[in-house]
Design a protein around this ligand. Structure first.
Ligand SMILES: C=C(O[C@@H]1C=C(C(=O)O)C=C[C@H]1O)C(=O)O
Length: 268
C-alpha cells in the first residue's frame, strides 16, 4: 500500500496513509513544492541541532560484537521501533536498513495508491548516508569527541530522515510531472533516455531560487539571537553557504536522480 501524508502549517495537504482522504486534484506541482519548501526548515533545524556536537567519529567505527558501528546499531534499532508504529507504511518514508524490519503493529489504513509500485520501492538511502557522513558532517561539525554518542546518533538520524524524505519526495514530483505531460515523458521513457528525462524535469530557475532561499533561511535560523543590536552579525551555528552548497551539490541532484529513476520504470 502506497500512501502519502504531509502538512503545511496546521493544514493537512495529503494524509493518505492515515486517513485515506486523498483526491487527485490535490496532487499538483504547486502543492508539492510548498511541501518541499517546508521541508527546508526541518532540514536546516536538524543540521543546527547536530552541529552542537563535535564529529564524535568513534561512534561510526566498527565495534566487535555489534556487527557494525554504534551508530548503525542505533539507526537499525530506531528504525525497527518506528516500523512497528507504522513509519514505513508512508510512501515518502524509506528506511536506511530496510531488510528484516518488523511489520507495523496496526494495519495501515485504507490508502490510495499514488505511485507506480515499481517506483515506490526506489531507495537511495545508501547514497544519502554516504554523502552525509563523508561530505556533509565534516562541514558542519568541529573535530573532536565529547563521548555524547546517544544524542549525537539521535541528531544524525533526524538529519538523515529529513534529507531522505525530501529527496524521495522526488517520486511524487515525477509522478505529477508525468501526469501533466504524459506524451513527452512517455516518448523518453520508451527509449529509456535518461538525459531527455533529466531535461524535461529540470526547472533551473526553481533550483536557483531554492539555493538562495535556503541560504537566507539558514542566516535567520542559525544566528544567535540577542537583545543587543548587531552583537552577533555574521556568527552562525551552521554556515549558510554550506546549506546552499548542500542543496546545490547533493539534495537537488539526488532528488532529480530519484525523479529519473522513478520515470524510467513508470511504464513497466
Ligand atoms: C523537484 C523538482 O524538480 C527539479 C528538482 C528541484 C529540486 O530538487 O528542488 C527543483 C526543480 C527541478 O529542477 C521541481 O520541479 O520542483
Amino acid at each position: 500500500i502506497v500512501g502519502f501524508s504531509a502538512a503545511i502549517g496546521n493544514t493537512p495537504v495529503f494524509n493518505v496513509s492515515e486517513m485515506g482522504n486523498f483526491s487527485d486534484d490535490m496532487l499538483n506541482l504547486d502543492t508539492l513544492r510548498k511541501i518541499l519548501v517546508r521541508e527546508e526548515d526541518t532540514i536546516i533545524f536538524s543540521l543546527i541541532e547536530r552541529a552542537k556536537y563535535p564529529m564524535n567519529s568513534r561512534m561510526y567505527d566498527e565495534r566487535p560484537g555489534l556487527s557494525g558501528s554504534l551508530f548503525e546499531f542505533f539507526v537499525k534499532e530506531s528504525e525497527a521501533v518506528q516500523a512497528k508504529v507504522g513509519r514505513y507504511s508512508s510512501a515518502e518514508e524509506n528506511a536506511f536498513f530496510p531488510d528484516n524490519l518488523p511489520p507495523p503493529l496496526l494495519p495501515p489504513g485504507d490508502s490510495q495508491q499514488v505511485l507506480h509500485p515499481r517506483g515506490a520501492s526506489i531507495n537511495i538511502n545508501g547514497q544519502i548516508m554516504n554523502m552525509y557522513r563523508k561530505q556533509l558532517l565534516p562541514l558542519i561539525t568541529s573535530d573532536g569527541d565529547d563521548g555524547s554518542y546517544a544524542i549525537t546518533a539521535a541528531r544524525d538520524l533526524d538529519c538523515l530522515q529529513a534529507l531522505s524524505k525530501r529527496i524521495h519526495l522526488g517520486k511524487f514530483v515525477a509522478e505529477i510531472k508525468f501526469r501533466e505531460s504524459p506524451e513527452n515523458y512517455t516518448r523518453a521513457i520508451r527509449v529509456q533516455d535518461k538525459d531527455a528525462l533529466m531535461k524535461l524535469l529540470t526547472f533551473e530557475s526553481v533550483e536557483e531560487m531554492i539555493k538562495k532561499r535556503v541560504e537566507k533561511k539558514a542566516m535567520v535560523f542559525a544566528q544567535d539571537v540577542d537583545l543587543k543590536e548587531n552583537d552577533n552579525v555574521g556568527k552562525y551555528k551552521v554556515n549558510p553557504s554550506v546549506v546552499s552548497r548542500l542543496y546545490g551539490e547533493w539534495v537537488i541532484p539526488l532528488t532529480k536522480f530519484v525523479e529519473v529513476e522513478y520515470l524510467l520504470c513508470r511504464l513497466d
